[in-house]
Design a protein around this ligand. Structure first.
Ligand code: SF4
Length: 270
C-alpha cells in the first residue's frame, strides 16, 4: 500500500490556488534555466580534452587563455540533454548509480569503467584533465558517447570531426597514463531524436601521436600569446567555422580582438 501523502501538504499561507497556470510554467522554466546555467559543465572555464582539437586556432587561444566569454551565458539545453543521457548510460552500463561507488572495483559490472577522470598531458605546464565516458576492460577500448542530432548522425558514418577525434585519442592517452592498456578508441553516436537502431559506432586504433600533436599545437599557441601578447596574436590567428554562432567568443560585427570574434569569414569555406 502506498503511504499517505497528506502530511506533505503546505500551509494555506504558502498556497496560491487559482493562480494563473502560466506562472507555474514560468517558475518551472526559471528553476530549470538556473540549474542549467549553473551546472558544473556550464561554469567550466579551463580548457579540457574536448577543446584541444578545434580546427579554429583563435578559439583554441581564447580557451587556453581562459578569456571570459563574450556573450552572456545562455541556457544550453542540448548539453543538458547530453549530460542527462550520459548519466543514464553510466548507470545502465554498470548497473550502479553514477558516483555511488568510490572504488571502480566495486561497480556492479567489472567490465566497464565509467566517468573516469584522466589526465591527458600538459599544456604550458598545466594539466589537461577530463572525464572519459567509458573504458571497456575486455577489448581495451575507450568509448566516448555523443548524443547528436540528425545531421551529425548522418555525417558520423564518414568519420568524426577533428575535435571529436582528438578528444577520444586524448582520453586514450589519459588511460595509458593511468596504467591501463588501450587498443582502440571509439565514438558511439546516439540519436537525440531518432530511433536507437540508428546509432553509429566509429572506431580506430589508438594512436598516441594524435593526442601529443594536439598538446604540442596548444603549447605553440600559448607560446605565441606569451611572446607577442594576446592583443597582438589572437586576432591574427587563423580561424575556422567551428560552430561560430554558438562559440562563446562570437560577437557579430566586431573587429577581431583578444576578447571576441566576429566569426569565420573566409567565403571559400562557407
Ligand atoms: S567565432 Fe568562429 S572563427 Fe571566431 S573564434 Fe569562435 S569558432 Fe573561431
Amino acid at each position: 500500500m502506498l503511504p499517505d501523502l497528506a502530511a506533505l501538504t503546505l500551509d494555506d499561507s504558502e498556497m496560491t490556488l487559482g493562480a494563473d497556470p502560466q506562472l507555474l510554467r514560468n517558475e518551472l522554466l526559471a528553476l530549470i534555466e538556473n540549474a542549467a546555467i549553473n551546472a558544473p559543465r556550464s561554469l567550466q572555464r579551463a580548457i579540457g580534452p574536448s577543446g584541444l582539437g578545434t580546427p579554429c586556432l583563435r578559439k583554441l587561444a581564447y580557451g587556453l587563455t581562459e578569456t571570459p566569454t563574450a556573450v552572456a551565458r545562455r541556457v544550453a539545453w542540448l548539453p543538458v540533454i547530453g549530460t542527462a543521457v550520459h548519466a543514464w548510460l553510466a548507470e545502465a552500463l554498470i548497473g550502479t548509480p553514477l558516483y555511488a561507488a568510490v572504488d571502480p572495483q566495486d561497480y556492479g559490472s567489472r567490465r566497464f569503467l565509467v566517468e573516469t577522470r584522466v589526465n591527458v598531458g600538459r599544456v604550458n605546464g598545466v594539466d589537461i584533465v577530463g572525464s572519459a565516458d567509458l573504458y571497456d576492460r575486455v577489448t581495451c577500448t575507450v568509448v566516448d558517447h555523443k548524443v547528436v542530432g540528425a545531421t551529425t548522425l548522418r555525417r558520423a558514418r564518414a568519420g568524426p570531426s577533428d575535435t571529436y577525434r582528438v578528444q577520444i585519442h586524448c582520453y586514450g592517452r589519459g588511460f595509458v597514463r593511468r596504467g591501463l592498456p588501450v587498443e582502440r578508441v571509439a565514438i558511439l553516436y546516439l540519436p537525440r531524436n531518432g530511433d536507437l537502431r540508428e546509432a553509429v559506432l566509429w572506431t580506430e586504433r589508438y594512436d598516441e601521436t594524435v593526442a601529443t600533436q594536439a598538446l604540442q599545437r596548444a603549447d605553440a599557441v600559448v607560446l605565441g600569446v606569451k611572446v607577442a601578447g594576446a592583443t597582438a596574436i589572437i586576432p591574427s590567428l587563423p580561424t575556422a567555422d567551428d560552430y561560430c554562432t554558438s562559440c562563446p567568443w562570437f560577437r557579430p560585427n566586431v573587429t577581431p580582438s583578444a576578447l571576441s570574434c566576429p566569426g569565420h569569414t573566409d567565403p571559400s569555406d562557407r
